[in-house]
Write a protein that binds this ligand. Structure first.
Ligand SMILES: N[C@@H](CCC(=O)N[C@@H](CS)C(=O)NCC(=O)O)C(=O)O
Length: 367
């Protein structure tokens, strides 16, 4: 006798909307097409015949245009508290096994407590493959229905004064995304829980946690494509990647760690900035500014005509440098960099997120 194996996943969400509204989001074609796919995917086809024993068909489309179609039949429709439908992929990319999705909705203080159970998976590996997709999909449902929007999901942990945190905030502002800013110091125990290296920032999207600024910006760009921050053309994208890497590997180190931070958090003798470190950084900064000045000779954005991930990593660093002792002198030798900075400072995303750092107390620039 063979027993059909049955593995299931179960997810909960609290949503700031009534059970009636949540139920409607599952059964109205124009609504389900706005959320029923993992982030970064769209739903170009949603055909629903919402009657018990009748079916639905949803097609999800990825950015590379590949499509995934799921069909099923409604088994339970009890508005506004319960619905159940079968779920079966119908293309050859995913196993065509009939599974069952059950949704229970109950009122709670925030609005609705949603419990989703997806059962009938013959293998744990198949069940596990559906967990991140459902998590991402339910985040989109929360965003659609919750008046607080993505603030319910997106949390940025860091310090608005840090250049890397600022970079992510520019990306979020460019895309008009609401989020919660959680103030965290580097290496604090709370931060280490999100970022095992203790750095800032880290992003949380529902249950998904991510660190490293460039990975965070790429994730945001895939999930929220407008306006794009990753260039479309192969060469411009590679050029942007080049500057992201150079910024993290050399430019931040010389301009921020070995220069600006020495003034902001002096660690030298008598609590003064460590002049030996600052002096050693100066020639590197001069050299790097000359390289950037050349790169900026045609455009005010570093990787081509459009503002990109490379700009939002680089410009906060230049902004800090410009306001540090000697910054004016350094930038006067790099007029293209100065023009690029002036142009970035005009962007609403840059203005709205500027940490309002003041020029550092005037000190003699190193000689
Ligand atoms: N590679 C990381 C760098 C992040 C980083 O270094 N952030 C700084 C603040 S701007 C930090 O946490 N510094 C603390 C330290 O260096 O220990 C990223 O891209 O997010």
């Amino acid at each position: 006798m063979s027993h059909k194996r049955n593995f299931e996943l179960s997810l909960n969400r609290r949503i700031g909307a009534t059970p009636e509204r949540v139920f409607e989001a599952f059964v109205a074609g124009d609504q389900i097409s706005q959320w029923c796919a993992p982030r970064g995917m769209s739903v170009p086809e949603a055909a629903l015949d919402v009657r018990v024993g009748h079916g639905y068909r949803l097609t999800m489309e990825a950015r590379d245009r590949s499509t995934y179609t799921v069909t099923g039949q409604y088994r339970v429709l009890e508005p506004p508290t319960r619905l159940a439908f079968t779920w079966q992929w119908v293309d050859d990319k995913l196993p065509a096994v009939e599974t069952l999705v059950q949704v229970a909705l109950s009122p709670c203080d925030e609005g609705t407590e949603l419990r989703l159970i997806h059962s009938g998976f013959p293998e744990p590996i198949m069940r596990d493959a559906h967990v991140p997709s459902w998590n991402s999909t339910l985040n989109r449902l929360v965003e659609l229905l919750d008046p607080r929007g993505t603030a319910a999901n997106l949390t940025l942990s860091g310090d608005p004064r840090s250049t890397y945190t600022w970079s992510v905030r520019i990306a979020l502002a460019e895309k008009g995304l609401p989020y919660e800013m959680v103030q965290r110091a580097p290496h604090s125990s709370d931060q280490v829980r999100l970022h095992p290296f203790g750095r800032i920032p880290a992003l949380r999207d529902g249950d998904f946690v991510l660190f490293e600024t460039s990975a965070i910006v790429r994730y945001l760009d895939e999930c929220f494509p407008d306006p794009p921050l990753i260039p479309d053309s192969v060469r411009t994208r590679a050029r942007a990647e080049q500057w992201v890497s150079a910024t993290s590997s050399y430019i931040y180190d010389a301009m921020i760690r070995r220069y600006v931070l020495q003034y902001l958090f002096p660690r030298g003798p008598d609590g003064q900035p460590d002049q030996a470190v600052i002096k050693a950084a100066w020639p590197d900064i001069v050299r790097y500014l000359a390289i950037l000045n050349d790169a900026y000779r045609h455009h005010r954005t570093i990787a081509g005509e459009a503002f990109s991930i490379a700009d939002l990593l680089l410009v906060p660093i230049i902004d800090y440098l410009a306001l540090a002792p000697g910054g004016d002198e350094l930038l006067s030798a790099a007029p293209n960099v100065r023009r690029a900075l002036a142009s970035a400072r005009q962007r609403p995303s840059f203005k709205a997120t500027h940490p309002a750092h003041k020029p550092l107390p005037s000190q003699a620039a190193p000689r």
